[in-house]
Design a protein around this ligand. Structure first.
Ligand code: AAO
Length: 464
């Protein structure tokens, strides 16, 4: 008989983009914890400008936890429920800037503001006025001083070296920690000198998780490596290397024996197929193409590099369109409890519910079982590619339209194994269990896949 190893503790996160706190709480209990997702990345929680676009969240007006995603009480309730379910919460901290509004206004929770005036919080002297470019806006990413002292798309740029500004930011982050969050995504970290980010986060309790958003840009002086000394960083190169082969069918292994070139060391890397910016920008594989998207996520989850964060958003045809709201601008609750996989035609505003896709749940099980084992050299044949996590599992994908035979060398013991991606059941399909259906996770305990290998012939994805 085969010894079935203990699954590793979950490490994968999920970004629940523009999901209200009450829905996040529901997802923690109903989909994230059961699927073995370790942490959730929220959209920003602070008061923001009162406009319909999703990116209102990225224009802070005050640090009250009152936004169209929910009230402070709802945030606190979510924290209790997610924590009780064993899911950690990472808050999105917008601390580089305040609003990008030239005209004064009133924020979502009623606070008044002007571009450089946030009563009781900041005044004109707390902001950079770089004087280097027209309108003080960043024009050249190759110029460090512009990137870190001028304004990102007109957003009033905080002087984060100023001790008073630092103290205000630390108080806000401490407030979120007191509500139970485990750490922070540092939004637009590239635009805050790494020394300032470090000075701020070093004032937080030890163990606070820090994930800096520093988009790696060709020829730019500011690189993610400057920010990995005091935390993790989002490694944008990962998706840029992962997804082109899915479109052109030409696969090659990454460097397997050492650090990957152009990427931070594995333990500092948060990796992703897409996020809320890239699905509206540079990402060439997104939930709009569910088959390739599943393949991309499967390869990421099967990899031995970085800490993956999945992305769960909503369908849109206008890149600025916010999630559906009620008449008061409050984002509507949405649940993925009964979602069963990628839906064919999502209408604008429909949630993708990636956390409920059986293929994702299956690959999370694969990852838990493969943890700690090396990724072996891959093989490719036609449009198919696969590799082994030594002795524990084999991942194989086919990005073409035809059935492709692929032989992946493996040290796994002889036996019957299960395809956790497409859900080919361990037992031959019966009339009431067609072979395209995925056994539910309840019916398919973690040990199942170790007793049932991927079939050697990889069936074709449907033509599109
Ligand atoms: C909105 C309006 C603006 C208006 C502004 C103020 O759209 O017209 O001026 O309000 O009223 C989000 C939205 C923005 C929105 C903003 C505020 O995306 O549309 O502006 O909220 O409401 C840079 C930053 C990076 C940032 C990214 C969007 O470095 O930090 O721009 N991401 C975060 C959030 C994002 C948010 C903000 C920051 C602001 O995730 O959602 O904005 O809080 C290169 C550079 C990158 C640079 C991009 C910008 O990247 O390297 O650093 O990101 O350019 O396009 C290739 C290249 C790579 C290049 C990339 C671009 O891959 O290799 O170098 O393409 O995709």
């Amino acid at each position: 008989s085969i010894e079935v190893p203990e699954p590793a503790a979950p490490d994968v996160g999920i970004q629940l983009f523009q999901l209200p706190w009450t829905s996040v709480a529901q997802e923690c209990e109903s989909t994230l914890a059961p699927a073995g997702i370790a942490w959730v990345l929220l959209s920003p929680a602070q008061e923001h400008i009162d406009v319909d676009e999703w990116w209102a969240s990225y224009q802070p007006v005050s640090y009250q936890i009152e936004s169209r995603l929910g009230t402070r009480a709802e945030f606190a309730d979510m924290m209790q429920r997610c924590t009780a379910a064993g899911v950690e919460v990472i808050a999105d901290a917008v601390i580089n800037h305040m609003t990008g509004q030239d005209a004064p206004g009133i924020g979502y929770a009623g606070s008044s503001y002007a571009h450089y005036e946030y009563p009781g919080i900041y005044d004109e002297s707390d902001f950079h006025h770089c004087g280097l470019t027209a309108g003080d806006d960043i024009q050249l990413y190759k110029n460090r001083e512009q990137v870190q002292t001028c304004e990102l798309v007109n957003l009033a740029d905080l002087d984060t070296a100023n001790p008073d500004v630092q103290a205000t930011i630390v108080a806000y982050l401490d407030d979120l920690l007191s509500l139970g969050v485990s750490g922070f995504r540092i939004d637009a970290a590239k635009h805050i000198p790494a020394d300032d980010v470090e000075a701020i986060v070093s004032q937080l309790p030890e163990g606070t998780r820090i994930m800096s958003e520093v988009i790696r840009g060709a020829g730019e002086p500011i690189a993610p490596e400057e920010y990995s000394a005091f935390g993790e960083v989002f490694e944008f190169t990962y998706a840029r290397e992962l997804t082109p082969p899915l479109e052109n069918g030409v696969f090659a292994d990454p460097v397997l024996s050492d650090d990957r070139p152009q990427q931070v060391p594995s333990d500092a890397a948060i990796v992703f197929v897409d996020n809320h910016d890239t699905e509206r920008g540079e990402a060439n594989v997104t939930a709009r193409d569910p088959e390739l998207y599943v393949i991309a996520n499967a390869l990421m989850l099967a990899d031995d590099y970085g800490t993956p964060v999945l992305f769960s958003g909503y369908a849109f045809s206008d890149r600025d369109a916010g999630a559906p709201t009620d008449a008061d601008g409050r984002v509507l609750d949405a649940t993925c409890v009964n979602a069963s996989g990628p839906a064919e035609d999502l209408a604008d505003g429909d949630r993708t519910c990636v956390q409920s896709w059986p293929a994702i749940a299956g690959m999370l099980e694969f990852r838990a079982m493969a943890a700690g084992t090396p990724r072996m050299p891959g093989v490719d044949e036609g449009d198919a590619y696969g590799f082994e996590r030594e002795g524990r599992g084999v991942v194989a994908v086919n990005v073409g339209d035809d059935v492709q035979r692929l032989e992946v060398p493996t040290t796994m013991p002889d036996g019957a194994y299960c395809d956790v991606v497409s859900g080919v059941p361990e037992q031959p399909a019966t009339a009431d269990a067609p072979d395209v259906s995925m056994p539910s996770r309840m019916a398919s305990p973690r040990s199942t896949w170790t007793r049932t290998p991927l079939p050697p012939s990889i069936s074709a994805r449907d033509g599109d």
